[in-house]
Each structure stands twice: as structure tokens, then as C-alpha cells.
Design a protein around this ligand. Structure first.
Ligand code: FES
Ligand code: FES
Length: 161
């Protein structure tokens, strides 16, 4: 009898194609964390806080409400991939320059969301940044330094083009 509760999915995770045998109900966040990719955090687990944000085909998604089966044939990028070449991403460097993190719990999700924004729009307004980060909750920083950091990263990335 065939097993209808599990399925094989093949997706590119942080640039590497991987085939995973998953339960149909598995959530992407759990699968990533089982792979050792623990930057995306479980928190609200209802798509409210943004702590679990990763990029799926370049757009930010809440891994806590995304089925792992949805990555089939697609690209997943997590915070762990950003310094894979040994250098921080400009968004990460800007967060450090602006002290845009305190406890750091929200930071991977914030950075992945900001990176996706800058890939879509290299020259966002302050309002654009606020809009994109609406789904990311930070209990520490008060947000101003995070917004400053994203705008600074945008400028650095534009100058480097
Ligand atoms: S843990 Fe996914 S949005 Fe909060
Ligand atoms: S830095 Fe602590 S929650 Fe954002």
C-alpha cells in the first residue's frame, strides 16, 4: 500500500538542490530547523510576528505557515546563506552600523524581509520600508534604527551597482 502521508520534494535550499522526504503536513519552518537552519525562529506561529521569515523565490514568506511541500521546484533562502561567502550582506552590515538589533530575536526575519524589499525596489522611501516591515515585530529597538539601516543599505547597494 502506498504511503499518502509523505511526499518527496525537491527544492533549492540556499542554492543547493535537495530532495527531502517530508510529511504532507510538515511546515517549512520545522523542516528548515531540522536541517540545522535555525536562524528563522518559531514565535507566534500564526504569521503575525515575522520571526520565521525566509525568502521563497525571492519574496518573504512566513515559514511557520508555509507547507514544506510548497518548496518543490522553488528556491528557498534563509539567513544562513547571506554570509556563505564569508562576508556579511549589506543589510546585515547596515544593521550593525546602526545598532539595529538588541536581543537579535527578530533580526533574521527583519534582514530577510529587508533584503527582499531591496531586490524588488533598490530605492525605497521610508514609508515603503515601514510598509514592508509591518509584518515584523521587534520588542527591543523601537524600529527607527531598523528603518535607518534598511535605507542606508539601499544607498550602499545602489552605489555598488
Ligand atoms: S513565527 Fe512565523 S510569523 Fe511569527
Ligand atoms: S532586537 Fe529584540 S526583538 Fe528585535
Amino acid at each position: 500500500m502506498s504511503d499518502t502521508t509523505t511526499t518527496a520534494v525537491t527544492g533549492r535550499i540556499n542554492g543547493r538542490e535537495q530532495t527531502l522526504q517530508i510529511d504532507n503536513a510538515d511546515l517549512l519552518l520545522d523542516v528548515l530547523r531540522d536541517l540545522g537552519l535555525r536562524g528563522a525562529k518559531p514565535s507566534c506561529e500564526m504569521e503575525v510576528c515575522g520571526a520565521c521569515t525566509v525568502q521563497l523565490d525571492g519574496l518573504p514568506v512566513s515559514a511557520c505557515t508555509t507547507l514544506a511541500a510548497e518548496i518543490d521546484g522553488r528556491d528557498v533562502e534563509t539567513i544562513e546563506h547571506l554570509d556563505a561567502d564569508g562576508t556579511l550582506h549589506p543589510v546585515q552590515e547596515a544593521f550593525l552600523r546602526h545598532s539595529a538589533l538588541q536581543c537579535g530575536f527578530c533580526t533574521p526575519g527583519m534582514v530577510m524581509t529587508a533584503k527582499a524589499l531591496l531586490e524588488q525596489d533598490p530605492d525605497p522611501s521610508r514609508e515603503d520600508v515601514v510598509h514592508w516591515l509591518e509584518g515584523s515585530i521587534c520588542r527591543c529597538t523601537g524600529y527607527a534604527t531598523i528603518i535607518d539601516a534598511v535605507l542606508d543599505a539601499a544607498e550602499v547597494m545602489r552605489r555598488a551597482r
